[in-house]
Design a protein around this ligand. Structure first.
Ligand SMILES: [Zn+2]
Length: 319
């Protein structure tokens, strides 16, 4: 299925950059937001200066390849937070913490580019031509090496005062679930214990596997559960029950129309259907549950969502 236009966005080319701990990926999109060309370079991790040079180089490559030069809207998604007052960024795996990336890059390029958190970029991407197209309120939930979440309302990413809205992977699981499955409270990278992320990420599923006696990696565990191996089945059962708790938390706090799942763990076969069914049994009154869908754009979401942000904020005088 292809879309010739994406509702509400100008019909011009755009660029998106997805920053990660190992690569800086630049994607040039056509007016229909499909990828024209992309380029990955390794993320320099030794200093902010070398990181900034590599990033500026990727932006200029997009400008050149588009033929639009500095008239190309370009947005940047990053795995961290951006202070709304100072612009200071905080990211675990990229040497930008404490730096105002937007201002420094703006100085280098002679123009300011919009930045956003990568989970928000994921959600924005799905809201424009993706699984959540034409949906008013959507929560995007990425379950992979960690947990990230974003919220869009009527096409706008809502991030809260500190850009930290929906850092729900670092809330602890409910005491009821912990007691029911006799779960250990594992320490988390954030400094807390018993965070959702320590159970639901790919490594979390492996921990659950060790807890139930299935000592293997996440993909093998999913396979074994499908083959009805009891220990793997039990680990998946606990994982799914905790996923339902997290969905319930989103339901009761945000009450979105749709929850779009992304990240490696969203590729578990029939996940959306199974969770929709299980979540239906976790009911409070007669509320309408959020629909659960799997992301349409997968790995391109970070760059695509950043491009959407750039297009949305592109001045009308440009065309
Ligand atoms: Zn945590």
């Amino acid at each position: 299925m292809s879309h010739s236009t994406v509702a509400g966005l100008p019909l011009i080319p755009s660029g998106g950059i997805d920053l990660g701990g190992t690569k800086i990926e630049a994607r040039l999109f056509g007016p229909d937001l499909t990828t024209v060309v992309h380029r990955r370079v390794p993320t320099p991790t030794d200093s902010f200066a070398s990181f900034l040079s590599a990033l500026a180089d990727q932006v200029r490559w997009l400008e050149d390849r588009s033929g639009c030069g500095a008239d190309l809207p370009v947005g940047i998604g990053l795995p961290g937070t951006i202070d709304p007052d100072t612009g200071a960024c905080f990211a675990a795996n990229i040497p930008i913490s404490g730096q105002s990336l937007r201002a420094s890059l703006g100085e280098r390029l002679g123009r300011m580019l919009p930045l956003l958190n990568d989970a928000q970029a994921f959600t924005l991407s799905e809201a424009y031509g993706g699984a959540a197209a034409d949906i008013d309120s959507t929560v995007g939930l990425i379950i992979g090496t960690g947990i990230g979440a974003g919220f869009t309302h009527r096409g706008t990413a809502v991030s809260g005062r500190n850009g930290g809205a929906l850092e729900i992977g670092h809330l602890p699981i409910p005491a009821t679930a912990q007691a029911k499955f006799d779960l250990p409270l594992w320490p988390c990278g954030c400094g807390g214990t018993g965070c959702y992320e320590t159970y639901l990420s790919a490594r979390g599923l492996e921990r659950l596997g060790r807890h139930t006696g299935a000592n293997t990696d996440a993909p093998a565990l999913v396979e074994q559960a499908r083959a009805q191996v009891p220990a793997a089945l039990r680990a998946m059962e606990i994982w799914a029950a905790l996923m339902v708790e997290l969905l319930h938390l989103i339901q009761l706090s945000i009450d979105p129309q749709m929850i779009v799942l992304g990240g490696g763990m969203s590729q578990i076969p029939d996940l959306a259907t199974r969770l929709q069914h299980a979540a239906g049994q976790r009911q409070l009154g007669q509320i309408q549950k959020a629909a659960i869908a799997i992301a349409r754009f997968g790995d391109t979401s970070g760059a695509r969502g950043a491009a959407v942000l750039a297009l949305r904020s592109w001045p009308e005088r440009a065309f």
